[in-house]
Design a protein around this ligand. Structure first.
Ligand code: NAP
Length: 345
């Protein structure tokens, strides 16, 4: 059923962006995709009721630029999904993670105020900001990525008169896509990992479907921070073993390496051509801080996330088990998650 509302998804490409756009489109919303490259976005995002808008958060630091965009498209809700973990490509984390989102949020505030003054609609639009559980680390200021994410979260919390929900995901995964191709890693005879800390990976669809549900009913979590973490506390070793078991791969050797070796691997991987990384099950280039953050671990309490989204959590083992059976089995599993409403009260 078509919903008469337009959602602006800023950062509609990459890994999580397309899942958000697909889930909003599936749910009947019109979606304005804020992207840097219009042609490649159009190829990636061929879903119904989708339009494109060129944005660049390294440069769009003026609230007026965003206000004009919100007015032109009569936006009813905003998701800021953009986040960069390092400055590859000459980007500034300060601009992309903090100053441009700040300009966007100021524009939303003005947009709502102006609409209210002129008795126009919409006048109370919600903003959903995708953050990270790294912002919960007591020493997050040591790392530029979670520090900048926390900084913009704090600005939102201090902004009066804005409806917002901050969602802090843990490591995000999805069979067949994403930065970590766990099914490719499970094919390797030797699986190397670093660190023994606990993480709580969340399935990308659980995140995207949950965000659509929050946008449908934002008052359930207005002005709150939700920890979007998966249902199981796992080490990286357990993650890899779970995927191997789910896919019936039983002969792997697991080897734990010190962080220094991981950092050596990342400095070599930065010199490799992008397309050769897929053979190692990794798609995004990493720097020393990114690999250190991945081994630091972080866990959280997902009870509010599940309560507000009424989602059935997706387990890593189940999703790879279904994925290993067939595409149809996996798609049916995800469709069931989309349709099921779980009341936790
Ligand atoms: N993946 C995870 O495990 C994880 C965990 C916790 C939190 N998060 C957060 O989740 C969000 C999505 O993550 P992801 O893994 O999907 O990241 P991703 O694949 O790197 O995608 C990031 C998105 O940001 C866009 N972007 C980057 N620089 C931009 C700029 N200057 N102007 C406009 N758009 C720009 C990218 O566009 P292009 O396609 O043009 O590059 C892409 O759409 C981020 O906020 C991230 O911090 C991710």
């Amino acid at each position: 059923m078509q919903i008469d509302k337009k959602i602006l998804v800023v950062g509609a490409t990459g890994f999580v962006g397309p899942a958000l756009v697909e889930e909003f489109s599936n749910a009947g919303y019109s979606v304005i995709c804020g992207v840097r490259n219009l042609a490649s976005a159009a190829r990636q995002l061929s879903f119904p009721n989708v339009e494109f808008m060129k944005v660049n958060l390294n440069e769009d630091l003026d609230p007026d630029v965003w206000l004009e965009r919100l007015e032109e498209h009569e936006v009813d809700g905003v998701v800021n999904n953009v986040g960069i973990a390092n400055s590859f490509g000459g980007q500034s984390l300060e601009n992309v993670n903090v100053l441009a989102p700040l300009a966007l949020f100021k524009a939303v505030q003005h947009y709502c105020q102006d609409n209210r003054s002129f008795r126009g609609k919409p006048h109370d639009i919600p903003v959903i900001q995708i953050s990270t559980t790294g912002a919960n680390w007591p020493d997050c200021d040591k790392y530029e990525y979670p520090r900048t994410k926390k900084q913009i979260d704090e600005v939102l919390v201090q902004t009066d008169g804005l409806r917002f929900i901050i969602v802090r995901p843990n490591i995000i995964y999805e069979p067949g896509r994403g930065h970590l191709l766990l099914e490719e890693i499970a094919r390797l005879s030797i699986i190397a990992y670093i660190g023994g800390s606990d993480i709580q990976p969340i399935h990308c669809r659980e995140l995207a479907i949950g965000i659509v549900r929050l946008m449908k009913n934002p008052s359930v979590a207005n002005r709150s921070i939700l920890q979007a973490v998966g249902p199981e506390v796992m080490t990286w070793e357990k993650v890899f073993k779970s995927v191997c078991n789910a896919l019936g791969r039983k002969h792997c050797i697991f080897m734990r390496f010190p962080l220094l070796i991981g950092q050596l691997f990342t400095s070599i991987s930065q010199k490799l051509p992008d397309n050769s990384l897929g053979n190692l099950g990794v798609l995004a280039k990493m720097d020393d801080q990114t690999i250190e953050m991945m081994t630091k671990g972080s866990t959280g309490d997902n009870s509010e996330w599940l309560k507000k989204t009424q989602l059935e959590p997706i387990t890593l083992f189940n999703s790879y088990k279904k994925f290993g059976k067939s595409r149809d089995t996996y798609n049916k599993y995800i469709q069931d998650i989309r349709e099921k409403i779980t009341d936790y009260s």
